[in-house]
Ligand binder design. Structure first.
Ligand SMILES: *[C@@H]1O[C@H](CO)[C@@H](O)[C@H](O)[C@H]1NC(C)=O
Ligand SMILES: *[C@@H]1O[C@H](CO)[C@@H](O)[C@H](O)[C@H]1NC(C)=O
Ligand SMILES: *[C@@H]1O[C@H](CO)[C@@H](O)[C@H](O)[C@H]1NC(C)=O
Ligand SMILES: *[C@@H]1O[C@H](CO)[C@@H](O)[C@H](O)[C@H]1NC(C)=O
Ligand SMILES: *[C@@H]1O[C@H](CO)[C@@H](O)[C@H](O)[C@H]1NC(C)=O
Length: 341
């Protein structure tokens, strides 16, 4: 705020004569009056500013994953810790997409993919998950993304393959979303999922498949090996698997995962579950989850309406064919602003 300089100076200048003193008193009174007016304007403006701040936050989040998936303007990004807007009967799901800090374009693309899906009766948070930043430019670019989208989780780890990123992810969640801190719902999420950045998840189908399932001691996914339909033998594929919150807490507390961190992550995950005698509830989502039809293997399936997830979308062509098949742009509203044949 620019203060009128002369007023300010007059106050501090010592008056030398009587008329100067008069002028000084008058201008002091005026100055005080001016301050009061300023303060009252500012108060009003401050309120407006607060409201404006909220609006900006709201509109920012309405473009981002969470809000868009619930289609509710109240349900903004900060709703993770506020129970007031969420319905107790809603299923709460965290989807963590494990990726690398430098995958900016992939994240922007996936924000489109998930931000345009709407789901009712569920609260789904999609977050990108990676380890410590390592480059100077990441500190700016990732921070900007967080300011804009608030959909990133940075774990305390160094990027690795087969050295425990999955462990760090699941075991960090109880602390990151500690519900005894903020008075949010307990558990913060009924289910937490780990998935790849080349997997396409259809959120509505996922929610519908989860609705009848237990919310405790559950291990859900695509059973490995590919021909197997028995979820009690091996483990779930890294294309995407989901566990109930109590299992994330168990992973945090148990010694079993801590003592078996190295190796192919999803296979090792299956060993923890086996050795800990966990997950008496298991759900094999095959063939609603599958690898993209080509190249054809024992793990692939044709695109079909009953799909929850398609994996190995390794290039744009595969994404486009998949998105086309599922009619994802069918609800584009007509407008004079554009024409898409
Ligand atoms: C979003 O909510 C509005 C108002 O509640 C409703 O009219 C609209 O159909 C909803 N859109 C979707 C995609 O569910
Ligand atoms: C919660 O959702 C259920 C089913 O969608 C609905 O019947 C119920 O009225 C909702 N409760 C509140 C408090 O919104
Ligand atoms: C990750 O970063 C944090 C904070 O900058 C640091 O304390 C921690 O040691 C780092 N962890 C690893 C594994 O490098
Ligand atoms: C959650 O917060 C409570 C209270 O601050 C603390 O006692 C507890 O250890 C925390 N739990 C985790 C998993 O960090
Ligand atoms: C996509 O739209 C077409 C034409 O309306 C319809 O025949 C087809 O069943 C839809 N596909 C899916 C997966 O919903």
């Amino acid at each position: 705020m620019l203060l009128p300089r002369s007023l300010f100076e007059m106050e501090v200048t010592k008056p030398s004569s009587k008329s100067d003193r008069r002028r000084f008193v008058l201008s002091s009174i005026f100055f005080i009056f001016f301050l009061c007016v300023l303060a009252s304007i500012n108060e009003a403006r401050f309120d407006a500013l607060l409201k404006f701040g909220r609006c900006t936050v709201d509109s920012a989040s309405s473009l981002s994953l969470q809000t868009a998936t619930f289609n509710s303007s109240d349900d903004n990004l900060l709703s993770v810790n506020s129970s007031s807007v969420s319905n107790d009967t809603d299923i709460r799901i965290l989807i963590g997409i494990l990726t690398l800090p430098d995958q900016y374009n992939r994240r922007h693309f996936l924000r489109l993919i998930y931000g345009t899906q709407s789901v009712s009766g569920a609260k789904i948070d999609v977050k990108f998950v990676f380890c410590n930043l390592t480059k100077e430019d990441q500190k700016i670019l990732v921070a900007l993304e967080i300011m804009r989208y608030d959909d990133i989780i940075i774990l305390n780890c160094r990027e690795n393959m087969n050295k425990g990123k999955t462990y760090t992810y699941f075991s960090s969640l109880p602390e990151i979303f500690n519900s005894s801190d903020g008075g949010g719902p307990n558990p913060p999420y009924h289910y937490v999922m780990k998935t790849d950045d080349d997997t396409y998840i259809r959120l509505n189908s996922l929610v519908e498949s989860l609705r009848p399932l237990p919310r405790e001691d559950l291990y859900y996914g695509y059973v490995i090996p590919c021909p197997s339909m028995d979820p009690f033998v091996k483990y779930m594929s890294g294309m995407g698997y989901l566990i109930s919150w109590d299992l994330a807490e168990w992973i945090r507390e148990s010694e079993i995962p801590k003592n078996n961190l190295e190796g192919p992550e999803d296979k090792v995950f299956g060993e923890w579950i086996r050795d800990g005698r966990r997950a008496k509830n298991r759900f094999n989502a095959k063939w609603s989850m599958y690898n993209y039809p080509e190249p054809r293997t024992g793990c692939t399936h044709e695109l079909w309406p009953e799909t929850i997830a398609v994996h190995l979308l390794k290039n744009q062509e595969k994404w486009i064919r998949t998105l086309t098949y599922f009619n994802v742009t069918a609800n584009l509203k007509p407008s004079k602003l554009y024409h898409i044949p």
